[in-house]
Design a protein around this ligand. Structure first.
Ligand code: ADP
Length: 713
């Protein structure tokens, strides 16, 4: 407000200002509010007369109001008024003696009457003028400046915010035939029990369709928090309520704001016509010119507010008001019912969410075995497509055919479904095996009951336990292999030691015994090494200490290391160029790779066989091999070979091909797993070609040392 007033004198009480503000913001029609304000103001300022002029549009009609009763019959100075309006500045004047008054009706005690004319400004516009007369010597505004400076914008706001019309409760007459027919139909649709959201949505649409409103919203009233919670809205060109700080649509508002808030508090329907600027914080759509808000109340308590908007200022006439009120009053009963059931509905929504998100497959069946509902995990666990529950689907008749190609024992599933017929109160458990891919399912069925304890059917809980069973199997195998593998060398060591201690032997015999004890201890230590190595690799604790290394040298060292052990039974031939490129590897790990492969070649080949190591730099690598320069090393033996079905499995932990040969030979099934991980740590790959009873060739690759690596700057 740009009004420049003389310096203040501190006479204004904050209580008075609060009273005036309350008067101006009340629900009463504008004229009533202004009349009350003028009365309060005159008493407070002890002024003789007050008048207020205002207009709602610059070209609109002027309204004029005086503080009642009028005390002084002196005419108001219209010149002063016009100057105030045109300059938008406060004007001051002094009135002349009473002699000039018509009929001498009023005699001034004090000949000087001060008059102040104050513009009511809002957004650069003049919305009216407040004129004050006093019989003081000082200009009135100098005394009351703080009060008036605060009051004038409040008056402006009251003028600029259109007055609301309270709609009186009607007898719902005056509806046109179409509206009456619609209302009858609406009664029927909202009478049937339904969920809250559906009911409110339906109400909003019926209202929109029959009142000519362009847009509207429906909100529930939260009396505890004094808030409105928008449930549905429609027809707005954009999101009318904005978004909150989390980017979620704003839904809650204090009922202190907006027309709906006013209706929620007062319980009375209200209408705003000819809205100039939509200042409703609850809905800031700019094009709205008319807004009607109607409460849905039960026993005097407002449960919801229906708000309708239109861009036409005269959109809501008598019949629209009547229709909306009739609709809202018909909706009270159904709304109360829906609110009553809402907590139950919410609970069921929550349970539904839990049901759907569980990782266990769940299905409800009735007593005849018909599927009533299932969760997504139930389909996943069986690996079947969604089932249309509209049509009857029975376990086992409809389930077994779906699974038939994969069911290893269809009869067991049939049996599982048939059992409850004889004993419906029992709990059952079963294991179902599926193939391609291999899957082990654990089935559990429990009887279900209704609220009075009657049996209703069964709940199936299905879990895929393939991995758990696999882990168990591995654990069992591990224990049996380890105990067997450790026991064998230990028995030898103990046995030979005992023999040696029992009596004296010739030096040659003693040497033989010591050799066996030494070999078995080595073997034992190797098993322990493998187990520890595997654990370290699995824990990701193995790191490479890579250097530029000569492959020739590594192979020579390994051959030397294995020499005495191999030489007695096999021969090892190495094919390698004289000038083979060095590799960039961890020397000890590559030795471990070679030792593992050569030990296997020796273990799984007959005596006298030739084991060949071939180093190749120019070979074509498999299609899925990583890019880069790699040297390929192949270890071939003329041994027992590996059956095609075992080939992919030999890399798994503790996997041992099960045949009489391997049983006799012994091993932990860890060597190849460790070897594969070590090769891959270097960025290489390992694979095998093998023919049963003919022999095997294990290939692996190692990164070549490029010049950069060989001679780092
Ligand atoms: P282990 O030799 O201790 O049993 P490995 O992981 O080294 O464990 O090997 C896994 C399985 O692969 C062996 O049990 C064996 O059946 C098979 N296997 C490995 N190398 C050969 C080979 N050179 N010839 C034939 N079979 C082999």
């Amino acid at each position: 407000m740009s009004t420049t007033l003389p310096q203040p004198l501190p006479i204004t009480s904050p209580v008075l200002l609060a009273d005036l503000a309350r008067t101006l913001a009340s629900d009463a029609p504008l004229e009533e509010r202004f009349a009350a304000m003028l009365r309060q103001l005159r008493d407070a300022l002890e002024c003789t007369d007050l008048r207020l002029l205002w207009w709602e549009a610059s070209d609109g009609p002027r309204h004029e109001l005086h503080a009642e009763p009028v005390r002084m019959l002196l005419p108001w100075d219209d010149h002063l008024l016009t100057t105030t309006i045109t300059t938008r500045q406060p004007q001051h004047g002094t009135l002349l003696p009473a002699d000039s008054e018509p009929n001498g009706a009023f005699r001034l005690q004090n000949p000087t009457v001060q008059s102040a004319s104050l513009p009511i400004l809002w957004h650069e516009q003049c919305w009216g003028v407040l004129e004050v007369r006093t019989q003081t010597t000082a200009p009135v505004t100098s005394v009351a400046q703080p009060l008036l400076a605060t009051l004038l914008p409040l008056i402006a706001a009251a003028i600029a915010t259109p007055a609301t019309t309270q709609l009186t409760v009607r007898s719902f007459g005056g509806l046109n035939v179409r509206q009456q027919a619609f209302l009858d139909r609406a009664y029927q649709t909202i009478e049937t029990p339904q969920n809250l959201s559906e009911l409110l949505e339906r109400l909003l649409y019926v209202a929109l369709e029959n009142t000519g409103a362009e847009a509207g919203s429906i909100a529930l009233v939260d009396h505890e928090r004094g808030e409105l919670v928008v449930q549905h809205y429609d027809g707005y060109p954009h999101e009318p309520f904005g978004r909150d700080m989390f980017g979620e649509q704003r839904r809650r508002w204090s009922w202190e704001y907006g027309l709906s808030g006013q209706v929620a508090r007062s319980g009375r329907a209200a209408l705003l016509r000819d809205i100039q600027r939509n200042s409703d914080p609850m809905n800031s759509t700019p094009q709205i010119r008319a807004r009607m808000a109607v409460p849905i109340s039960v026993d005097g308590r407002v449960l919801a507010v229906l708000a309708l908007d239109s861009p036409r200022s005269l959109a809501f006439g008598e019949s629209e008001q009547g229709f909306t009120q009739a609709l809202c009053s018909a909706a009270a009963g159904p709304l109360r019912r829906a609110l009553w059931f809402q907590p139950t509905l919410e609970q069921s929504v929550q349970l539904n969410q839990v049901f759907s998100s569980l990782i266990h497959g769940l299905a409800l069946l009735d007593r005849q075995g018909r599927l009533l509902r299932y969760n997504p995990a139930w389909l996943d666990v069986w690996g079947i497509p969604p089932i249309d529950l509209e049509r009857p689907f029975h376990a086992p008749w409809d389930l077994v055919p779906l699974l038939l190609p994969r069911l290893i024992d269809p009869l067991s599933l049939n049996q599982f479904c048939a059992d409850p017929q004889g004993n419906p109160t029992s709990e059952q458990e079963a294991q179902v095996l599926l193939r391609d891919p291999h899957q082990e399912l654990h089935l559990r069925a429990l009887p279900t009951r209704d609220s009075i304890g009657q049996l209703t059917g069964r709940l199936w809980v299905v879990n895929d336990v393939t991995r758990e069973n696999e882990a168990d199997r591995l654990k069992r195998e591990f224990i049996s292999i380890v105990s067997h593998e450790l026991r064998t060398p230990l028995t030898s060591i103990l046995g030979y030691t005992e023999v040696l201690m029992s009596r004296p032997f010739s030096p040659a015999e003693q040497k033989d015994f010591y050799q066996t004890i030494y070999d078995q201890s080595n073997h034992l230590s190797q098993i322990v090494e493998d187990l520890l190595g595997m654990t370290r690799i699995e824990a990701g604790k193995v790191t490479l200490n890579q250097w530029v290394v000569s492959l020739r040298q590594i192979i020579q060292e390994v051959a030397h290391q294995l020499g005495p052990h191999v030489a007695s039974r096999h021969s090892i031939t190495v094919h390698m160029d004289q000038r083979v490129v060095p590799v960039y590897v961890d020397r000890d790990k590559v030795k471990q790779i070679l030792v593992n492969l050569l030990t296997n070649a020796v273990k799984y080949s007959p005596r006298g066989g030739e084991i060949i190591i071939r180093v190749n730099e120019q070979t074509t690598l498999p299609a899925d091999h990583p890019e880069g320069d790699f040297t390929q090393i192949a270890v071939s033996d003329p041994g027992i070979g590996i059956a095609p079905e075992d080939l992919p499995k030999i890399w798994e932990r503790f996997y041992r091909v099960d045949n009489s040969n391997t049983r006799r030979i012994g091993g932990t099934g860890l060597g190849l797993t460790i070897t594969k991980r070590l090769v891959e740590l270097h960025g290489g790959r390992i694979w095998v070609e093998s023919q049963l009873n003919k022999g095997s060739t294990f290939f692996f690759t190692l990164p070549q040392a490029t010049e950069d690596l060989a001679w780092p700057e």
